[in-house]
Design a protein around this ligand. Structure first.
Ligand SMILES: Cc1cc2nc3c(=O)[nH]c(=O)nc-3n(C[C@H](O)[C@H](O)[C@H](O)COP(=O)(O)O)c2cc1C
Length: 145
């Protein structure tokens, strides 16, 4: 298995991308991954694949903070980041928004996209009465009483 080979030959962190099933998350931990990225590659590979955000909760349940979980696919605004992190992602990544910025205005465009996203996250956190993404949990998404 390629992961075992890589684990044997490098001490660099190994982060597995494209995890969408809890059993694959378990295998990733078992074979020495340092982290996983819950991702359907932006929906570009398999038409009808489960959305990464939908896959996230069950994967977080089995991983139980043993390794960090990152998430991508469809992150476009601050509220997307908040939802993913409240469900258990330690961080999110973006693909196409950065590409759109690049196409529109090169390096400056990418910086602008990321700055806007962080600013939107900041405003949305404030509107939701939250100070810090580290304090987000499920209570912000579901009515608990
Ligand atoms: C043009 C393009 C090429 C990509 N190529 C790969 C790839 O070779 N391997 C991979 O794991 N993901 C690839 N991705 C998926 C991204 O790494 C990432 O998971 C996805 O873009 C995140 O979703 P988002 O674009 O909705 O933010 C590609 C995405 C784009 C837009």
């Amino acid at each position: 298995m390629i992961l075992l080979f890589l684990r044997k030959h490098t001490s660099l962190p190994l982060i597995l991308k494209g995890i969408l099933h809890p059993e694959d998350a378990k295998l990733a931990i078992k074979h020495g991954a340092d982290g996983i990225i819950v991702s359907n590659h932006g929906g570009r590979q398999v038409d009808g694949a489960i959305g990464a955000l939908h896959a996230l909760p069950k994967i977080c349940d089995v991983v139980q903070d043993k390794i960090p979980i990152l998430m991508d696919s469809g992150i476009r605004r601050g509220s997307d980041i908040i939802k993913a992190m409240a469900l258990g992602a330690k961080a999110v990544l973006v693909g196409r928004p950065a590409m759109y910025g690049l196409a529109a205005a090169g390096e400056q465009g990418v910086k602008e996209v990321l700055r806007n996203m962080v600013a939107d996250l900041d405003i949305t956190l404030g509107l939701a009465g939250q100070r810090d993404v580290k304090q987000l949990d499920l209570s912000i998404l579901y009515k608990t009483s």
